[in-house]
Design a protein around this ligand. Structure first.
Ligand SMILES: Cc1cc2nc3c(=O)[nH]c(=O)nc-3n(C[C@H](O)[C@H](O)[C@H](O)COP(=O)(O)OP(=O)(O)OC[C@H]3O[C@@H](n4cnc5c(N)ncnc54)[C@H](O)[C@@H]3O)c2cc1C
Length: 239
């Protein structure tokens, strides 16, 4: 059974590997020219950690998880777990406090999953953007590529969803998030974690000592521009 998996994010890569293990012939198509490297999620939860450990990826995950467990105090500014930066989930009052999350940057996780999928001989075709999709009684055709099935793992603005005409019910967004990824130069100080002001949140993630990403929530952001980084991108600082 041939399956086209659209999107080489964490979901697409892991799904393709699982399909391969189940005896299918998956191919992953990804519009980017290579892994994005974009700093996004900072860790995976206990269930994901355990699922990946069952696939033999535990040691590779552990390399990124200092002390063998999530150091939420250091990495998130709170010993509690968080959802959308709301730190409410105290580990010691959970029913199974020994089940731990694993701190790992999403870009590092994607590298692990990419290597894993490749080790199973899953073809990953970068620079291949899905723009057309047709379905008939025998299968699907995506930009001339033929398969029995196609799975959309192409993120929140999914092209697959739109081309297939799937409904996407929900409520309108309550806020707009603007985001800057910049190489910081000079004396701009950053700390890892979130800084809240009345109408904004500034988040500094520093996967490497010279790289910082800041999120400014809401359009009324009073963040002021710091000096431009060497690549010309602005760096935003709190007043
Ligand atoms: C700034 C930021 C911070 C985040 N922090 C967290 C966090 O702390 N914890 C957490 O759990 N989650 C976090 N998330 C969310 C997390 O990143 C997503 O849930 C996750 O990336 C979803 O994975 P995915 O594989 O479904 O989709 P994606 O990672 O979005 O991957 C989709 C892939 O599909 C590709 N694609 C899209 N369209 C096409 C097309 N037409 N043809 C071919 N390829 C296509 C894209 O290039 C992309 O590589 C964060 C997200 C952002 C943006």
């Amino acid at each position: 059974m041939k399956v086209i998996v659209v999107g080489a994010g964490p979901v697409g890569l892991l799904l393709a590997a699982e399909l391969k293990l189940a005896g299918a012939e998956p191919v992953v198509i990804e519009k980017l020219d290579g892994p994005s490297g974009e700093p996004r999620a900072r860790g995976i939860g206990p269930l994901s950690t355990e699922a990946l450990t069952r696939r033999g990826l535990g040691p590779e995950l552990a390399v990124h998880d200092k002390q063998g467990r999530a150091d939420k105090l250091r990495d998130h500014g709170s010993a509690n777990g968080h959802f959308a930066s709301i730190f409410k989930i105290a580990q010691d009052v959970q029913e199974e406090p020994d089940r731990r999350a694993n701190m790992i940057w999403q870009s590092e996780l994607e590298k692990i999953l990419l290597d894993y999928a490749r080790s199973l001989d899953v073809p990953i075709r970068y620079g291949f953007e899905l723009t057309s999709l047709k379905q008939d009684a025998d299968g699907v055709t995506a930009n001339g590529l033929r398969a029995d099935y196609l799975v959309g793992c192409d993120g929140g603005r999914s092209t697959v969803r739109k081309l297939a005409g799937f409904d996407f019910p929900g409520t309108a967004p309550l806020m707009t998030v603007r985001r800057v990824a910049a190489q910081v130069s000079g004396n701009c100080r950053t700390r890892v974690g979130s800084t809240r002001a009345r109408s904004t949140t500034a988040t500094a993630w520093s996967p490497r000592s010279t790289s910082t990403t800041r999120n400014a929530t809401k359009d009324r952001s009073p963040l002021r521009s710091c000096r431009p980084a060497s690549n010309g991108l602005p760096v935003w600082m709190r007043p």
